[in-house]
Unconditional design. Structure first.
Length: 261
C-alpha cells in the first residue's frame, strides 16, 4: 500500500484550503494474487486456483454501494448512498466519483459489496441496472433484488475437459424444492458485506485505489471445488453463504494518489 506524505503548513490560505469540502475518486483494479488482470488476459491467461484447477476468466463484474467516510476525529459519518457497477473487462465504471463531498481530514473508509436488504428491496428498483450485463436484476423466484457479482470463465475439470463456469453472487435464497419456482422460496438471507479499507487521510484531488484479488473468491476460508460448484449457484443457499465468507478477504486498499495543482 502506498502512503501519501503531506507537509504541514500554517498559513491562513492553507488552513482555509483544509476546510474545503472535496470529492474523492475511487479506482477499482483487479488482480490474481498480486498479478494485475489486464484486458489482454481475459480468455487467454491461465490461473490456478487453490483447488489446483486451471481457469481462464472471461468476465469480472461486481457492484459496490454506500461508500462511507467515518471521521476518526469526531465520528461524523458521511454516506454517499449511491452505487457503482464495475465492468472490469470493458473498463467501464472502474473509476467512480461518489455523489458526496466531505471535509478534508482523516477517515475510516468503507463500502458495501452488493446491496444490503434495504437497498436491494428498493420499491422502484434501479432501472439503469436492469439493462446492464444482459440484466442485473434477480428473478422473483430467487428472491428478487439484484446480483452482487458475476465472474465467468472456463476451467479444466477432473476429466481434462474445458468447461464453462459461472460464479454469480446474489442474496442467499433457500427453497423447499429445486428447481425454484412459484411458492418454493423458504428463506432469504442478506449476503452483502461491508468492506473496511482502513484509515485514509483525505485531501483535495485525491484518488483511492480499491484492489480486488479475484483468487481469494476461490480459497479463503472455503477452498472452492469447481468440479462440484461451477454453475447454477444462484439458488444454492450454502454456496452463497460460502461465497459471502470468501469475499471478506477479496478487497483491500491500494495506492493513494493526489493530483498536483
Amino acid at each position: 500500500m502506498a502512503f501519501l506524505a503531506i507537509a504541514a503548513c500554517n498559513s491562513d490560505d492553507d488552513n482555509n484550503t483544509l476546510q474545503e469540502n472535496v470529492n474523492v475518486v475511487f479506482n477499482f483494479t483487479q488482480n490474481w494474487n498480486g498479478d494485475e488482470i489486464k484486458n489482454s488476459d481475459y480468455q487467454t491467461t491461465a490461473y490456478v486456483n487453490a483447488n489446483g484447477e486451471s481457469i481462464t476468466l472471461s468476465k469480472i463484474n461486481y457492484l459496490v454501494s454506500d461508500i462511507t467516510f467515518t471521521s476518526t476525529e469526531d465520528g461524523t459519518v458521511y454516506n454517499s448512498e449511491d452505487y457503482n457497477l464495475v465492468l472490469a473487462r470493458e473498463g467501464e465504471n472502474v473509476t467512480f466519483l461518489p455523489n458526496i463531498k466531505i471535509p478534508q481530514g482523516n477517515y475510516t473508509v468503507s463500502f458495501t459489496f452488493g446491496f444490503d436488504d434495504e437497498d436491494n428491496d428498493k420499491e422502484n428498483g434501479y432501472p439503469d441496472l436492469n439493462s446492464q450485463d444482459g440484466f442485473w436484476n434477480v428473478p422473483a423466484p430467487l428472491g428478487g433484488g439484484y446480483h452482487f457479482q458475476r465472474i465467468e470463465g472456463t476451467y479444466v475439470n477432473n476429466n481434462s475437459e474445458t468447461t464453462n463456469f459461472q460464479f454469480h453472487t446474489v442474496r442467499a435464497n433457500k427453497h423447499t424444492t429445486l428447481p425454484p419456482g412459484s411458492g418454493t422460496l423458504e428463506e432469504l438471507r442478506d449476503t452483502s458485506f461491508k468492506v473496511n479499507l482502513g484509515e485514509v487521510t483525505i485531501r483535495n484531488n485525491m484518488t483511492v485505489e480499491v484492489k480486488a484479488n479475484i483468487a481469494e473468491w476461490f480459497k479463503n476460508p472455503v477452498t472452492w471445488n469447481l468440479n462440484t460448484r461451477y454453475q447454477v449457484l444462484m439458488p444454492n443457499f450454502q454456496a452463497q453463504l460460502d461465497m459471502n465468507a470468501n469475499g471478506a478477504s477479496v478487497f483491500s486498499l491500494g495506492e493513494i494518489t493526489q493530483q498536483e495543482l
